[in-house]
Design a protein around this ligand. Structure first.
Ligand code: MG
Length: 366
């Protein structure tokens, strides 16, 4: 039952729709996999970091360097996910890098034990209601067409990315075109300041499920002030990086809903603790997405199947992102994705696809 080696795999997979970052447009998802090879099983982890810093300070090249130099040396033949998280406490932050290694360790040891990640985490849902996150469109007719396309595919909830100058009118147009029944929410990715409170309050007219991360990542106090000025519930994403940050945010009223992404909080063990805190406080949570390939998507679905995840996820079908996914594709059935329930994360890369998308790989003996 010993871990023999760890392989770091860098791969590049074509995106169906280009991903826009502050540094430009990417037509491919640059991804880092952590592959654990042991006596009895193999485990896979996917790093959710994007190619460039922006969403947070982490980025995929940085995560690879962190894992190689500082995290892999913490893994011995018998290291469990719990032990790894315990031993990596001395290294601050680096949540996405740690989460990638943790996912691979969880997958490996759960396969050894014959248990699924969903069961291990305490999942209670067999499928997860799928929402879709739609980027900023300058042309409102084009935006309405995109929304109509996803609605036709069966997506139950729509999230619109907003920014100053591209907010009230697109939301009004989507609400008017699709009616009051559409579950609609917005994500500002920190693009506003507290001085925009009056402007943002105009969105209260559109019966949104929530407004996600309007202010800067480190501005919990500002979010608490803003929350008093809006009737739309505030949800935090970038600001929540740990159990403690979630506790503080809830304590001061900076949000009333939490978006949980395992990669952003250092892994599934921490994500579960945030979920449990939110259950205790009757705060609804939902699972965001990071353009994960099938490896990361499978694990995210196990998390999103926990009982506190009562709002639709941002986990969409594989074909929204990739022409060919690295695993069997996740498909939308009645607006939901099935939660993998076989051992570990429940999926593994298809060797022919993995071979085709791999840019380079390196194996380290443990
Ligand atoms: Mg977000």
């Amino acid at each position: 039952m010993t871990i023999r080696a760890i392989e770091l795999v860098r791969a590049s997979i074509d995106l169906v729709t280009p991903m826009r970052t502050s540094y430009g447009v990417n037509t491919q998802r640059d991804v880092l996999y952590v592959h654990i090879i042991g006596d009895e099983a193999e485990g896979w982890g996917e790093c959710v970091a994007l190619p460039e810093p922006g969403y947070t300070d982490e980025y995929v090249d940085g995560c690879e360097a962190m894992i190689r130099a500082h995290l892999l040396p913490l893994v011995s033949g018998s290291t469990t996910a719990e032990l790894f998280i315990h031993d990596s406490v001395a290294i601050p932050h680096n949540y996405m890098a740690k989460a990638a290694v943790e996912m691979a360790l969880l997958d490996y040891w759960l396969r050894v034990e014959g248990k699924s990640l969903a069961t291990f985490l305490g999942a209670t849902q067999e499928s997860v209601v799928s929402g879709v996150s739609i980027g900023i469109h300058d042309d409102i007719d084009e935006l309405l067409n995109v929304v109509a396309g996803f609605r036709a595919e069966g997506y139950a909830r729509v999230k619109l990315k907003i920014e100053p100058g591209n907010d009230i009118e697109p939301v009004r147009a989507v609400r008017n075109a699709f009616g009051d029944d559409l579950m609609l929410q917005v994500d500002a990715n920190s693009a506003y300041s507290l001085e925009d409170a009056e402007h943002l309050a105009q969105l209260d007219a559109f019966n949104l499920l929530l407004m996600e991360q309007p202010l800067a990542e480190d501005d919990l106090a500002g979010h608490a002030e803003l929350a008093k000025k809006l009737s739309t519930p505030l949800c935090l994403d970038e600001s929540i990086v740990s159990l403690e940050s979630a506790r503080t945010a809830l304590e001061i009223g900076a949000c009333s809903i939490v978006n949980i992404k395992a990669g952003r909080v250092g892994g599934f063990l921490e994500a579960k603790k945030i979920h449990d805190l939110c259950i205790e406080r009757e705060v609804p949570v939902w699972c965001g997405g990071m353009y994960e390939t099938g490896i990361g998507r499978a694990a995210a679905l196990a998390l999103a199947a926990l009982p506190g995840f009562t709002l639709p996820s941002d986990l969409s079908a594989s074909k929204k992102y990739f022409h060919v996914d690295v695993t069997e594709p996740f498909e939308l059935v009645n607006g939901a994705l099935a939660v993998p329930n076989t051992v570990g994360i429940g999926v593994a890369p298809k060797s022919d696809v993995l071979q085709r998308i791999t840019v380079r790989s390196e194996e380290f003996r443990v």
